[in-house]
Design a protein around this ligand. Structure first.
Ligand SMILES: [Zn+2]
Length: 95
């Protein structure tokens, strides 16, 4: 599938090298943080994928981290998320 931004193959709109650096009108950066529990492994994966799809559609120029996996591993994942560079797009999953 071709990238929606530049039309090239091999990457998508979220990872397009043509992405402009987002301009912030008021210098204010908005973020989303969420955590849901009581999920099965497949529900966690589905929700993670759903978030990715919504981000691709609504804010392909955004950056961020999605962590989905065992609750016991989440503190480690959050630590990794905080340490990762702020303009990266990342998925953190249990191996
Ligand atoms: Zn592209």
């Amino acid at each position: 599938m071709a990238c929606r931004i530049c039309g090239s193959e091999g990457h998508n709109a979220r990872t397009c090298p043509q992405l402009p650096v987002p301009q912030n009108d008021a210098g204010e950066d908005y973020v989303v943080w969420a955590r849901y529990g009581g999920l099965s492994k497949s529900q966690a994966k589905d929700i993670r994928n759903g978030i990715e799809n919504v981000v691709d559609e609504k804010a392909p120029e955004s950056y961020g981290v999605i962590a989905a996996g065992k609750a016991s591993k989440m503190p480690e994942r959050i630590q990794q998320a905080i340490q990762s560079s702020s303009r990266e797009k990342k998925l953190l999953d249990d191996k």
